[in-house]
Write a protein that binds this ligand. Sequence first.
Ligand SMILES: Cc1ncc(COP(=O)(O)O)c(C=O)c1O
Length: 392
Amino acid sequence: MTTPQLDVEQLRSDTPGCAHVTHFNNAGASLQPHQVIDSVIEFVRLESEIGGYEAQDQWSEQLDQVYDGAASFLNCNRDGLALTSSGSEAWWRAFTSVPLEPGDRVVTSRSEFVSAAAGLLAARERGVEVVDVASLPDGTLDLDAFAEAVDARTRLVCLTHVPMTQGVVNPVAEATTIAHGVDALVLVDGTQAVGQTPVDLTAIGCDLYAITGRKWLRAPRGTGMLFANPVVYDRLLPPLFVDGRSGSWTEDGYSPAETALRFEQGERSISAAAGLGAALQVANGLGIDAIADRVSELGMVVRSRLADVDGVTVHDGSAASVGIIGITVAGRPNADVVQRLRQAGINTAAPASATSLHDLHDRGLDGIVRIAPHYFNTVEEVDHLARALDSL
Ligand SMILES: Cc1ncc(COP(=O)(O)O)c(C=O)c1O
């Protein structure tokens, strides 16, 4: 396979983990490149030498650039970006700021992750009507059914950009246009999208977008971001969790910041944020188009190679195009497959069915073994995986 845009050998030597393991668990947490590792270690060392707040002051420029790096990667206004510690935290900060009353409608998909599903179930218990739209047989959101579900009572739309258990990209820009036609707010879970497929938040036009760092962006664990467009703040509730960073306290009261800092808190891992900044720099340097081409090409190699292995079934819908491939192996529990592959030095995952319940059940599955190649993986590694599965 030729991918002229990316120097895969260089990228592998920039990734210490490549020397130790065949890592196909990038939808869980990717291997960090040395730029990320160096940045975290350098910052932690500085903290230990001069003090936590003092280190933060000394790195204020680099830390400020995290927002610029993200804004340029996502084509959005940096004032709309807040740092969080996970995708779930970003989603919940956004969701809990949307005023929902009994009788309001929320339209969602059948591909939501457990964090969103739990939030929507809680809203349903409070009398909010939650309508979940099925996917087409090809795995993507059924836009016609979605358009029918979005009515004048719809206050909010919650959609996953790329589901956790199959490699399709949902039409979130088209869905946003439909939702905005009735003035509904749009919250997109971009956790599995950002870093593996182009995400242009200006083109998508959604109001709120949740991101995690450790997966396709290859940032440290415990990092995430929320994009919350400042133009909708007058339609949101004040954030639930605040401190001195998220707003200002005067004798007149507490006012949330006018930017997305209102969704951020002062006390968090600054070294992890430094690592996120380095990860964004790496991703911006490579360019999302080259990354996406490589991931999608490798995803197709995985699908076709593994479909030829006796006993292996590839479960992706026909629209599958990105780096998440769900398989099962006849007669073997998914967890057992993951364990045996790990013994052979190959990382995969078997997400519990309770993390993506509707999507899996709609497809008649209790779970899958998830193979998630990133741009630093190789065709030789896919062959190694195919051989390991063949010999189970
Ligand atoms: C589609 C999807 N949404 C949300 C999340 C939650 O992200 P985090 O684990 O960073 O909270 C995940 C995590 O696997 C996911 O796959």
